[in-house]
Design a protein around this ligand. Structure first.
Ligand code: 3PG
Length: 384
């Protein structure tokens, strides 16, 4: 089946009165009961609004946090600023059934954190069946968790006619541009964990014209090359990076911001001048300047992972690069997670072509254009 042929909610003929189990990903950071980033929630709203407008009865499922300890209540409060959304604090009770059955046409209710029940992450079939019993139709609009074989993502598609929502359709449409790229194509990879990012690196070494590497991943290259990185963090992994450099596509930072324990000073140093006490915390201004001509001529730029420790305030490199990209004519696709958080903080969303809502899901999708949760929708046998 072609990607564009994945059935979406727009393909459902009559939604009036239908019970729709809608999986969303409202796993957003919350501090002291306050939502820090709302992008994932806001981007899911067009699907909720569409279903309500078509007079479906909508039961929203989501997880939040790694386990049962977090609540979706702050999200319900946020949603209630613009629409009426009910809440069920334990979806395993008779109360849940009563509330769901009593939903009026166009009504919306949200169940508490699915990870209250371990069977969710175990993809338990009885649990999938139980969740499916609340609906006539299942819709996955939770792109960011579609790389997980969980009961509400994969198992449930065995029991209900299944479709993707508008957000998942939008993610696929835009992220697919990175898989059949226009050239010149600049790929930017930052953050850490080479072990998990290697498949992505290999993929884009083949299809990109330039690959700029920042963050801890750049430290890894320097370290493998025998360049002094002082106290900088380096990953552990089971392969050698230096052979990748021979292909001539990789661009590494030429200058870096370091912290070296002498008060609050964070000097910029040439990469070949680091001492044993220096710790790399960001890329330097010369590195960003050197990228300018490539950014200027690029037709496509895809970026995943920040360049420095932005959570400790070392975000100048990431911000400068984001600004340069936002002023370029290239189609720009920003992978989710930490990079998306900086985009949101700067209010640059509208100046970039696409910002993904996924973290791990975006990384996985970019490797081969597939996710287990989306495959499950494609393969669903319950659709007529
Ligand atoms: C995410 O934030 O990447 C998704 O919500 C998936 O969360 P998980 O890694 O806890 O499964």
């Amino acid at each position: 089946m072609k990607k564009s042929a994945i059935p979406t909610i727009k393909d459902i003929k009559d939604l009036k009165g239908k019970r729709v189990v809608l999986r969303l990903d409202f796993n957003v950071p919350i501090k002291n009961g306050k939502i820090i980033e709302t992008m994932r929630i806001d981007r899911a709203m067009p699907t909720v609004e569409y279903l309500a407008r078509k007079k479906a009865r909508v039961i929203i499922l989501s997880h939040i946090g790694k386990d049962a300890s977090s609540s979706l209540m702050p999200i319900v409060r946020y949603l209630n600023k613009t629409m009426n959304v009910g809440f069920v604090s334990d979806f395993r009770t008779e109360e849940a059934r009563k509330v769901a059955d009593g939903l009026p046409e166009g009504g919306v209710v949200m169940f508490e954190n699915l990870r209250l029940d371990d069977r969710e992450t175990e993809n338990d079939s009885e649990f999938s069946k139980y969740l499916s019993s609340f609906g006539d139709i299942y819709v996955n609009d939770a792109f960011a968790v579609s790389h997980r074989a969980h009961a509400s993502v994969v198992g449930i598609t065995k029991y209900l006619p299944s479709y993707i929502g508008l957000l998942v359709a939008d993610e696929i449409k835009n992220l697919s541009l990175a898989l059949k790229p226009k050239h010149p194509f600049l790929f930017i990879l930052g953050g850490a964990k080479f072990e998990t990012k290697m498949p992505l690196m290999k993929k884009f070494m083949k299809i990109a014209d330039h690959v700029f590497v920042g963050g801890v991943l750049a430290n890894d290259f320097f370290h493998d090359e025998g360049i002094e990185v002082g106290k900088s963090f380096v990953d552990t992994y089971s392969f050698k990076l230096t052979p990748l450099l021979k292909k001539g596509k990789i661009i590494l930072p030429t200058d870096v911001v370091v912290k070296n324990g002498n008060g609050n000073k964070t000097p910029v140093k040439d990469i070949n001048e680091l001492s044993s006490v220096d710790r790399i915390v960001d890329v330097g201004p010369e590195t960003i300047k050197n990228l300018a001509p490539i950014i200027k001529t690029a037709k496509l730029i895809v970026w995943n992972g920040p360049l420095g420790y932005y959570e400790e305030g070392f975000d100048k490199g990431t911000i400068a690069l984001l600004k340069a990209i936002s002023e370029s004519r290239a189609t720009s696709i920003i992978g989710g997670g930490d990079t998306a958080a900086v985009v949101e903080k700067l209010g640059l969303n509208k100046k970039l072509s696409f910002v993904s809502t996924g973290g791990g899901a975006t990384l996985d999708y970019l490797v081969d254009g597939r996710l287990i949760g989306i495959d499950a929708i494609i393969k669903c046998k319950k659709r007529k």
